[in-house]
Write a protein of this length. Structure first.
Length: 241
């Protein structure tokens, strides 16, 4: 079968071939339909014809899915750090409120000398803290909060960038391999092998050197074509002799 005569597979046929590689690397928090849509898009584009093509496409799909995950997690890391910081502040504030309430209860002990100003001060402090805690729980994070969260998540984001860089390098290598061995059918022009020196150095054909031409022939060719008047003059002189 020619490269340009490969038939389009149905989704059931794609799924049947995909099963030999095991379950997809989709987390419980991720959408399997998105993974399968990505798989179908790559298979439709490359139209694999043998086991090697299928293995490369499977690795390509899994790697691209990993890249998308890393990109999502960079954003999720900032959101997570903001929630951790917000939760930590509310926890400390609630501890302070409880301490103030304990102090307020001690003011009414059997031997306590209750001062009106002290009681009012504690009540006001407790009310303000409780209102601030409630407001913080309902407040939507702004740029300042997210920038602070990014600073807190910097180490994890740096790790994600390294993982993303490695995954992107693997993805790009797989794309080169598929472009060479499993060229998309919508391209009717052969891709020169010299574009993939990093993949097939040992299989590149030697360029045949042009045949050797004697210097005299070259001189004759240059003289007759480039300077015809010189040749004519030389011929007349030879005849006169």
């Amino acid at each position: 079968m020619s490269k340009f005569e490969r038939n389009t597979l149905t989704e059931n046929e794609i799924a049947a071939r995909w099963e030999i590689f095991g379950p997809p690397p989709v987390l419980s928090s991720e959408n399997k339909d998105g993974y399968y849509n990505l798989r179908n898009a790559f298979v439709t584009y490359y139209r694999p014809t043998d086991a090697r093509h299928w293995a490369w496409i499977r690795e390509l799909v899994d790697t691209q899915w990993e890249i998308l995950r890393h990109l999502r997690y960079r954003t999720a890391a900032i959101e997570r750090c903001d929630r951790i910081q917000s939760h930590g502040w509310r926890k400390k504030a609630n501890q302070i409120v409880q301490q103030r309430k304990d102090e307020f209860g001690k003011l009414y002990g059997p031997f306590a000398e209750v001062g009106h100003e002290q009681v009012v001060g504690l009540q006001t402090s407790i009310a303000r803290l409780e209102a601030a805690i409630q407001e913080a729980a309902q407040r939507k994070p702004d740029d300042a909060a997210h920038s602070l969260a990014l600073e807190g998540a910097a180490k994890f984001v740096e790790k994600l960038d390294k993982w993303l860089k490695n995954a992107t390098a693997r993805r790009n290598t797989l794309l080169k391999i598929l472009e060479y061995y499993c060229r998309p059918i919508d391209r009717e022009i052969e891709i020169p092998a010299t574009h993939y020196n990093d993949l097939k150095q040992d299989e590149l054909k030697q360029i045949t050197a042009p045949a050797f031409v004697p210097a005299a022939s070259v001189c004759s060719h240059v003289t007759t074509e480039d300077h015809p008047e010189t040749v004519a003059t030389a011929t007349e002189s030879s005849g006169n002799r």
